[in-house]
Design a protein around this ligand. Structure first.
Ligand code: SRM
Ligand code: SF4
Length: 552
């Protein structure tokens, strides 16, 4: 049995020795076994990779669980303060509508976790072999359909939470879980059993025509189908299963995959269906090889028809044929937009999702002032941006003035290509990074913007994503241009995703030196400009023309 499986089976409470080590002042780290348990608590033990030459400095990354990415103002202000007191004074919006705190040392871990709990949030099951943060469309910000879908996302998230008491005891009560080893071994989670899932599991909802949650990349996707006669009324969901992004360089057994569309079911069965899908994964996922342990491989190998029958058997009803739906685009709305209730929301571009002060742009201070004064609701987006929602018309101008005074423009916040970009965290905190991503993307975009200007394409939107390794945390295989880290300074270049988020891109160059990127892209972009159909996007042109010339 592989180590992760043995660990879970030996202590299904997921407590390990975390509580004891937390109270000890003799060490600045947890054991390797506890590192695995910590993930289920939303915590990663990391080290600052910039400082490795002078010795390992252990740091922790903490990830919240925020279904649908909706954060009340008071909670945001508490998170902001916690990052200042216990982290590196930044908040990182993730590609799944959550927040991460980085740079937390062990003695600050307890206070940070307690602070997150006191702010009425949890980090339980933000990581680990469980269902992760459930995504739900952040835009349109308010509206009956979006509210209903958000309520379902929260319901599914709650139904898929593990039940162990260890989290509460350790992080809220501040004591180890007081159970003997045999009592720990005997614990059984009602949903996950004693071994939890073979691997992580991801759920997203989407409301056509916007695919702002990249729904096809999830293990379980739920596409809302509205009543054609009353578009605010939810009829049910089309069930999608078996999407995923992660792969490993040089291992053909691993690959990104688009979810299959399996059928339609009425909205009131959404929790039953989610449980049916997750238990099918629990029972049929590969527990012998973690690189092959995702739901997408079950779908790929056993087929969608087999999986649909398995889900129907577990849910106790037959799925109807999938209802027609079409996605037009992914991505966010920026600037001021009116909500369906007459109030306004402001979409703000956050470069690589990192909220911090980097004068002259003082985003963190600006948000603290605006959110502290006007109390808008914050919606985190799956593209690492945020919306300030529920703002009365009378407050719009003052908010614009405050942001502008902090160096944050509200109109034309960045070039279209920049606004549609994402990067994963990568160095210096991610232990799996082979190359830079978050720290490198802004300079890559500077050069790409100049090239687009030079070619007369300066206003074009192109979805650009960069990751420090092939695990796919910024969902690069859906982008029109993607850079996937291979080694320091070297990336695989992918081209050809689609704006609707419905198709995988393809590798165009392997091991490209980052300084050669612009020379590599110039002829491609120049041809696109000359050969494109009216308003044809780069991804579509690549699919229609370039891939015809380059065999797969
Ligand atoms: Fe991820 C592992 C960051 C979204 C696929 N991911 C990691 C770790 C925890 C590294 C590790 O295991 O030691 C990274 C921590 C970096 C750091 O220092 O903060 C990390 N992943 C992230 C985030 C923060 C990226 C970001 O810049 O926003 C995202 C957090 C989302 C959240 O709030 O839950 C994040 N990760 C994703 C996504 C995108 C998504 O889910 O929509 C994927 C691809 C989708 C998928 O799961 O297939 C993704 N992360 C992975 C994988 C590859 C899994 C696989 O099937 O092979 C790993 C590696 C692993 O699990 O062993 C990974
Ligand atoms: Fe780390 Fe790789 Fe994920 Fe980037 S894609 S955060 S480098 S695991």
């Amino acid at each position: 049995m592989i180590n992760n499986e043995a660990l879970k089976l030996n202590d299904p409470t997921l407590s390990g020795g975390i509580g004891e080590t937390l109270l000890s002042s003799e060490t600045d780290r947890f054991s390797e076994d506890d590192e695995q348990f910590l993930k289920f608590h939303g915590i990663y033990q990391q080290d600052d990779r910039d400082k490795r030459k002078t010795g390992k400095q252990y740091l922790f990354m903490i990830r919240a669980r925020i279904p649908g990415g909706v954060v009340p103002a008071a909670q945001y202000l508490a998170f902001d303060e916690l990052s200042r007191l216990h982290g590196n004074d930044t908040l990182r919006i993730t590609s799944r509508q959550s927040f991460q705190w980085h740079g937390v040392v062990k003695r600050q871990l307890g206070p940070l976790m307690k602070g997150i709990h006191d702010a009425l949030c949890t980090t339980l099951a933000a990581c680990g072999d469980v269902s992760r943060n459930v995504m739900s469309p952040p835009t349109p910000a308010i509206g009956a359909l979006a509210e209903r879908v958000l309520a379902d996302a929260r319901g599914v998230s709650a139904a898929l939470l593990p039940q162990t008491r260890a989290y509460h005891e350790i992080w809220v009560e501040g004591v180890p879980l007081a159970l003997a080893p045999e009592e720990k071994r005997a614990f059984e989670d009602p949903l996950y059993g004693r071994q939890y899932l073979p691997r992580k599991f991801k759920v997203a909802f989407a409301i056509p025509p916007l695919n702002d949650t990249d729904v096809f990349t999830n293990c379980l996707g739920l596409v809302a189908i509205a009543d054609p006669a009353d578009p605010a009324r939810l009829l049910g969901y089309n069930l999608l299963a078996g999407g995923g992004q992660g792969m490993s360089h040089g291992n053909k057994e691993t690959y990104p995959r688009i979810a299959d569309v399996l059928g339609f079911f009425p909205a009131e069965r959404v929790v039953d269906v989610a449980r049916a899908v997750i238990t099918a994964f629990r029972d049929f996922g590969d527990r012998t090889n973690r690189k092959h342990a995702r739901l997408k491989y079950v779908l790929a190998e056993r087929g969608p028809a087999w999986f649909r029958a398995e889900v129907e058997g577990r849910a106790g009803f037959v799925l109807e044929p999938a209802r027609p739906f079409a996605f037009e685009r992914q991505g966010d709305l920026f600037g001021w937009h009116r909500q369906s209730d007459g109030r306004w929301f402001l979409g703000l571009y956050v470069e690589t999702g990192r909220i911090r002060d980097t004068p002259p742009r003082r985003l963190k201070s600006a948000l603290r002032t605006v959110i502290g004064t006007y109390q808008p609701e914050i919606h985190l987006t799956p593209s690492q941006n945020l919306l300030l929602a529920g703002i009365p018309e009378s407050e719009k101008d003052t908010i614009t003035t405050i942001l502008t005074a902090h160096g944050i423009p509200v109109e034309r916040q960045a070039a279209a290509v920049r606004r549609a970009s994402m990067a994963c965290v990568a160095l210096p905190t991610c232990g799996l990074a082979l190359a830079e991503a978050e720290r490198a993307l802004p300079a890559v975009l500077d050069r790409l913007e100049s090239l687009l200007e030079e070619l007369g394409l300066g206003d074009e939107e192109i979805i650009v994503r960069m990751t420090g390794c092939p695990n796919g945390c910024a969902r690069p295989y859906m982008a029109e241009i993607a850079l996937v880290g291979r080694a320091p300074g070297r990336y695989n270049l992918y081209l050809g995703g689609t704006v609707a988020g419905t198709r995988l891109n393809r590798e165009y160059r392997a091991g490209l030196r980052i300084e050669d990127l612009i020379d590599e892209l110039r002829p491609v972009l120049a041809r696109w400009k000359n050969e494109r159909l009216p308003r044809e996007r780069l991804g579509e042109w690549v699919e229609r023309v370039l891939w015809r010339e380059v065999p797969a």
